[in-house]
Structures are given as C-alpha cells and as structure tokens.
Write a protein that binds this ligand. Structure first.
Ligand SMILES: Cc1ncc(COP(=O)(O)O)c(C=O)c1O
Ligand SMILES: N[C@@H](CCCC[NH3+])C(=O)O
Length: 462
C-alpha cells in the first residue's frame, strides 16, 4: 500500500484515523463508508477529539512556558482557519478565546455564545458597521491596522460613549511563512504598521515609524485604551526563530513607548502561524518547543530592556484545526498521461477540487492522498489528483503514489484539510460547497450542511 498509513505519529492524519485489517479506514470510530453513505462526497470530516486535544495542547504548552518566566498567556483560536458555531464552542470549552477577522466571523463567535470580552477583531479594512458591532458587543480587543483606523475606531467609540480597547498591529520586518502570500510581517504588503522609521534625505531616520506614530496617537485619545502591541509574522511557519526575533522587536518598541510617554502596555500578541505536517514524514512545529524558546527569548529581552514582562497572547488557527480535518472524495475518471520524459502520470479525477481546496492552486500547497475504502496489493503508480473544474490548475494533490488499480468509485482521503479548506471554499462552476461533518466516539454530526443548487439559484434574482 502507499506510504503514510494513517494512525502513525508525525504523519498528516488526525489522531482518530485508523486503517482496519480489511483496508478500510475509520475516523474516530466511524467507518468512511458509513460517513459517505450518510453525508455523500466530497465531505469535510472533522475529528472533534483531535481538535480539542490540539487546542488544549497549545494552551497548556504556552501557559506552562510563560508562567515559568513569570508571565501569562491567552490563546485565541484564529477563526479564519475554520469557524462554525460548534467549532467556536469547542475552542471556548478548551479554554481558548476566539480571534475574528470580519463581521461574519464575529457573528459566528457571538452566536456560539463566546462572550464579547473573549473575542478579538482583526482586519486591514474594517467597516464602520464591523467596528460598531464589535463595540456594541463589548469585544475585548480591536486590533487596529492603520493610522486611518485609529481615528475611525475613536470616532465610533466616541459616538457610543465607550472606550475602545485596542492593540496596534505592527510589522517587524521578519519574513516568515510557507509562501509569499501568507507571509505578513515584511514591509511590502498590506498588513500592519512598520516599526522601521522612514529614511530621511541624509539616510538617517526621519521622524517616527508608522507603528510609533499610531501608538502615540492611540495613547492621547480618550476614546481609546491601548491594551498592547500585536505582531503576526506569517503562516505555515516551520522555522520558529522568527517568533523570537519579532517578539523581541515588539518588546523594544514597548519599552521605547514607555520611555517616551510613561505608558507601559500590558499585553503583547505574537500572532499565529504555527506550521503543520501536510505530507507523510513532515514534522509539525512542536508547541512546547516554540513556547519555551519564545518565553526564554522574551524573558531575556525584558531583562535587558529593564521592563517587566507583559501578558502575552497567541492566535493559532491552522495548528489547531488543520490536522483535525480531512476531505473524502469519490474517484470519477482515471486517465494515464505519458509525459515528455516517457513516464506515465495517472490523472485521478475526484468529485470536488479547487472549489473545496484552493490552496494548491493559490500557494502551490502540497497534499497527500490515499485510497481509504479498500485494501490493494497493486503496485503503486505516480498519480496526480485533480478536481472537476474547468481549469488545468485545478489540482488537489500534485504528486502522490496511489495503488495502480485505483478506479472509479474508490474513496480517496486527503488529510490535513481542516484549515483554510471550507473557509476559503467557493462556488466556482456552480459547485455546491461540501458539508462539514464532525466525528466523535463512533458517531457523526453535521456542523454545516451541504449546499444545494437550490441554495445557489435562490441568490440569483433572474
Ligand atoms: C492576524 C492573524 N492571526 C492569526 C492567524 C492564523 O494563522 P495560522 O492559521 O497560520 O495559525 C492569521 C493568519 O495567518 C492572522 O493573519
Ligand atoms: N489562507 C492561508 C493562510 C493565511 C491566513 C491569514 N493570514 C493558507 O491557507 O495557508
């Protein structure tokens, strides 16, 4: 059979995945055949116990490491990775708060019963309506992303007679992450305010950095309370050193602000971005290791700067929900194609594609796949799993070895699709978005139902 058999540690499957003697696979005690009989394909399957274990794991690792150096930490689950009412509840039940990035995500978190005080609101272009709802719901922190937004939040808070709790999102120049498009702390992109002072004509600094300018602006506005400084450096990060460099830079900025204004902010957020394994043999970032290293680095930096440690927060999304999810597809057509070098690539088409997982097309993301409905002794062949869209870039898995007898009707599982799959799904070619089905203790439950063509037609005013 192919490599990467489910159930082995370090591989990209959720903890509840097991391959049985007969070759079929179960997730949290539910046979994939039963899942498919009940919910159809494509289907996003979410292993609830795995999600909860990862949420607890991140919280415990960071709490332990930061308490050991005399600080503390709040963990915000980044809802952009996948947010449903149930998922938000699971996060809260495991002691996490919820980070949102739009009015829609905020509405889901609130519907789940997450108290406003435990929610953060992000976004580089929040609307007045989004900021207003956040203020009305008593959201615990609004992370401001531009100088214009400082003024906007202050105005909306003033109109309501409330004081808005804000953090300022800064960019530290650290370039980290799995792809240019998911790297967010270098200078030439839309997020945050740079900590680098603009160059003067003589080459030296010409005035305050945009980050310092925003912090100074927040401090003097009575409608705003400056909670802290926020830095998110990127996503799918497998080299943890960037977190330490960025955290240190933020502590320096905090000390500089204190020296200039007497305001020593209480909190520093180092964002999300913790990388996971997508392929067999890949190793995810270890939360305990990262937490210890970052805690040690900030402890040393605070001592050097002569400032007490702030409270910290982090915003993992992918690392909590990514490995907990997998997508089940049904194979439709199988087509061998001879390549220029004489090799044969078997194109295996499934009943979904770039509409349920845009990541391969957008970031050239690599995934793994296995036939999970049966055993096979057939020699593995070089395969490419593709979707059913009118687009040659509609690739689900670029390269994988599948059994040579892979055929129509086979069930194919792609692991580690829990994050940024459903949340970035589209209706391209009028495909309906698949359901999100949770599995736990031998039972399945629909969290988000499958869309129907009727749903899509209902939006068309004719
Ligand atoms: C501000 C912020 N926080 C948290 C996250 C979550 O990132 P990840 O899912 O990589 O942990 C992101 C996305 O990259 C983000 O932009
Ligand atoms: N959507 C991206 C991550 C970026 C998240 C938002 N800053 C991904 O699938 O990897």
């Amino acid at each position: 059979m192919s490599t990467g058999l489910p159930g082995h540690p370090g591989e990209p499957w959720s903890r509840g995945v097991r391959r049985r003697e007969d070759g079929s696979v179960e997730v949290a005690g539910v046979d994939v055949h039963d899942l498919v009989a009940e919910h159809g394909t494509p289907v996003y399957v979410l292993d609830e116990a795995d999600f909860r274990a990862r949420a607890r794991g991140y919280r415990t690792a960071f709490e332990t490491a930061f308490r050991a150096v005399g600080s503390d930490v709040d963990v915000y689950y980044a809802g952009k990775a996948l947010l449903t009412v149930a998922v938000a509840r699971w996060a809260r039940e495991e002691g996490l708060r919820v980070d949102t990035a739009s009015g829609g995500e905020l509405a889901v978190a609130l519907r789940a019963g997450v108290p406003g005080a435990e929610i953060g609101l992000h976004g580089n272009n929040k609307s007045d309506a989004e900021i207003g709802r956040a203020l009305d719901e008593g959201v615990g922190r609004i992370i401001v992303d531009s100088l214009v937004e400082v003024e906007r939040v202050a105005r909306l808070a003033g109109e309501r007679g409330v004081v808005a709790p804000v953090m300022v999102r800064v960019t530290t120049g650290v370039h980290a992450g799995g792809h240019e498009y998911i790297s967010t702390a270098h200078e030439d992109q839309k997020f945050g305010l740079s900590i680098a002072a603009p160059r003067g004509t003589e080459g030296g600094p010409a005035g305050d950095s945009p980050a310092m300018a925003a912090l100074l602006d927040v401090v003097v506005r009575p409608e705003l309370h400056l909670l802290g400084i926020h830095s998110h450096i990127g996503s799918q990060i497998l080299d943890p050193s960037g977190f330490e460099v960025a955290a240190r830079a933020v502590l320096e900025l905090r000390a500089e602000l204190a020296a200039r204004t007497g305001v020593l902010v209480d909190e520093v957020d180092i964002g999300g971005g913790y990388g996971i394994a997508y392929l067999p043999g890949e190793v995810a970032l270890d939360p305990e290791r990262v937490a210890k290293d970052v805690a040690a680095a900030v402890d040393a930096a605070a001592a050097e700067l002569g400032t007490p440690l702030p409270r910290f927060s982090i915003e993992p999304g992918r690392a909590i929900v990514g490995p907990a999810g997998l997508t089940l597809y049904t194979v439709g057509t199988v087509k061998p194609v001879t390549l220029d070098d004489g090799r044969v690539r078997t194109y295996v088409s499934v009943d979904g594609g770039m509409s349920d997982n845009i990541r391969p097309a957008l970031y050239e993301a690599q995934y793994h796949a296995e036939v999970v409905g049966r055993a096979s002794d057939a020699e593995p062949v070089l395969a490419r799993v593709v979707g059913k869209h009118c687009e040659s870039g509609d690739i689900v898995v670029h390269e994988v070895r599948l059994p040579g007898d892979v055929r129509a009707g086979d069930l194919l599982a792609v692991p580690a699709t829990g994050a940024y799959g459903r949340s970035m799904a589209s209706n391209y070619n009028m495909l309906t978005r698949p359901p999100v089905v949770a599995v736990r203790d031998g039972a399945s439950r629909v969290l988000v139902r499958r869309e129907t063509v009727e749903d899509l037609l209902a939006l068309d005013e004719g």
